[in-house]
Design a protein around this ligand. Structure first.
Ligand code: ZN
Length: 295
């Protein structure tokens, strides 16, 4: 039997820790993040000092997600909830209201530089790394307030993580700036890369808009295909959260090449190439550079 000093027992969500025979209850903060990319950012900032649950998991589409009973339970039990906002999670307000939770709800995109696509606010703000730093700073400010005894650790984690994101932002700008003008226009299934386009001077065309809940009309698709036949594009890319069929159809009709798969709105499953926000961004960058002949 282990000695008392090594026993830590979970009672509900409360960890009972015993050191040298003295036991104390440690109430761990319960955090819910709406989708996988945001969940990873929260985890990087808070480390082991809270329990993080993510609602929309890897390779899943948060635009059209339908919450489960388990999601409602996680939200009801949460102390803190982070959402992306900007109209990304169309289901989150109802889920939070109906769960009866008394958690505080925080919009991680507060203060980001907004990009509009066809007059609509683009919610995919994480696809520029300078905005990623804004998310991280917002998350750290909330969590330092919620776990003041861990504020020093949270600040160290935040600073290290933000510095890594900023360094990748600088190298991304350098690498993408070397692409010639005719290699700067690419096609994805839905308009998820408006922020990447804006930050790194690229053009992303897409048959589907900033949401994934609508199919393009036959006429809209024909217009895009005609445009691609006339003006060309450097490559087409499928996404991890949408069917590849539409992009395959465009490839068949234009003769343009599919250059790989981009992770737009969700991380990959464990063992995949994009299990964290940083890995996802690096994977997307390398996929673009390889397809555009510059890697
Ligand atoms: Zn999207």
């Amino acid at each position: 039997m282990p000695s008392l000093s090594t026993i830590a027992t979970l009672v509900g969500a409360t960890v009972i820790s015993c050191i040298s025979g003295a036991c104390f209850a440690e109430d761990r903060l319960k955090i819910v993040a709406s989708f996988s990319i945001l969940g990873d950012m929260v985890q990087q900032v808070v480390g082991e000092h809270a329990d993080v649950t993510t609602i929309v998991g890897p390779d899943a589409d948060a635009h059209v997600y339908q919450p489960s009973v388990a999601d409602a339970r996680a939200v009801a039990d949460a102390d803190v909830i982070f959402v992306n906002g900007l109209g990304f999670e169309t289901w989150s307000e109802t889920l939070i209201a109906e769960s009866g939770t008394d958690a505080s709800v925080h919009v991680a995109t507060q203060g980001v530089k907004i990009v509009k696509v066809d007059g609509e606010t683009d919610p995919h703000a994480w696809n520029s790394l300078s905005n990623g730093v804004v998310y991280v700073n917002n998350i750290a400010a909330v969590l330092s307030n919620k776990i003041p005894e861990k504020a020093d650790v949270i600040e160290t984690n935040r600073a290290t993580y933000a510095n890594t994101l900023m360094a990748l932002d600088t190298s991304t700008k350098t690498k993408l700036s070397q692409l010639p003008a005719e290699k700067r226009t690419v096609v994805t299934a839905h308009d998820a890369f408006g922020y990447l386009a804006d930050a790194y001077d690229m053009t992303f065309l897409a048959p589907v808009g900033i949401d994934t809940d609508a199919e393009p009309s036959a006429q809209e698709l024909a217009v895009l295909i005609d445009q691609l036949k006339a003006d060309g594009a450097a490559a087409l890319f499928v996404e991890n959260i949408t069917s590849p069929a539409l992009v395959q159809q465009i490839a068949d009709e234009t003769g343009l090449t599919i250059g790989g798969r981009l992770f737009s709105d969700a991380l990959s499953e464990r063992g995949g190439p994009a299990t964290s926000y940083l890995a996802m961004f690096e994977h997307n960058l390398n996929t673009l550079l390889t397809a555009l002949g510059s890697n």
